[in-house]
Design a protein around this ligand. Structure first.
Ligand SMILES: [Zn+2]
Ligand SMILES: [Zn+2]
Length: 184
């Protein structure tokens, strides 16, 4: 004797009661699903995010979408920052030398703007990609450019330290902080 069973539509309510198996651990039963790709995942594989449980693959993918820079972008940022600092610093240092004590007022006015401009140039040269370490490489580039520029100018002006002034220092600090924050 056969009993005709009602055909259940494969809807979500019917699905929810049945145990699934984790996509990564076929032996582990689970009731959890990644809320992005819908893949069944066990507690070991699930990561609790602000928007619910997600599988590790989806989380990695999401981070990669945000940080889409290539490793070479870090070095491009480093080279561009070093080159610009190397060329621009003698002029900036000279400007603050001739303005003397009141140079710090000018430095306070243009320091952040210069940092923001540098950040824009770097952003453009890395194709507007975002990277975790681009800003760190930029700061390293500024430091290297500064040292190289200091070496060159010290050969011309005989003294390395005479090229640093209060205005120059304030300018450098403001520009570096702004570039670092803009490139986040
Ligand atoms: Zn997923
Ligand atoms: Zn698992």
């Amino acid at each position: 004797m056969t009993v005709s069973q009602p055909i259940q539509p494969p809807d979500k309510t019917a699905d929810a009661g049945a145990p699934m198996f984790c996509a990564n651990h076929p032996e582990t039963e689970t009731y959890l699903r990644c809320n992005k790709c819908g893949k069944p995942i066990c507690l070991k594989c699930a990561v609790l995010t602000e928007v619910g449980y997600r599988c590790k693959e989806c989380i990695r993918e999401q981070q990669n979408v945000f940080y889409n820079a290539m490793t070479s972008d870090n070095w491009i940022a480093f080279a561009v920052a070093a080159a610009i600092t190397l060329v621009a610093w003698p002029f900036v240092a000279w400007l603050f030398r001739i303005t003397g004590f009141f140079g710090w007022i000018i430095a306070a006015l243009i320091g952040s703007g210069a940092g923001a401009s540098l950040a824009q140039i770097i952003r453009k040269s890395v194709g507007r990609r975002r990277g975790r370490y681009i800003r760190h490489f930029t700061i390293a580039g500024i430091v290297v450019g500064l040292v190289l520029s200091g070496l060159v100018t010290s050969m011309i002006f005989a003294s390395f330290l005479s090229f640093f002034s209060l205005g120059g220092l304030i300018f450098l600090i403001l520009a570096s902080i702004t570039a670092f924050q803009t490139l986040r």
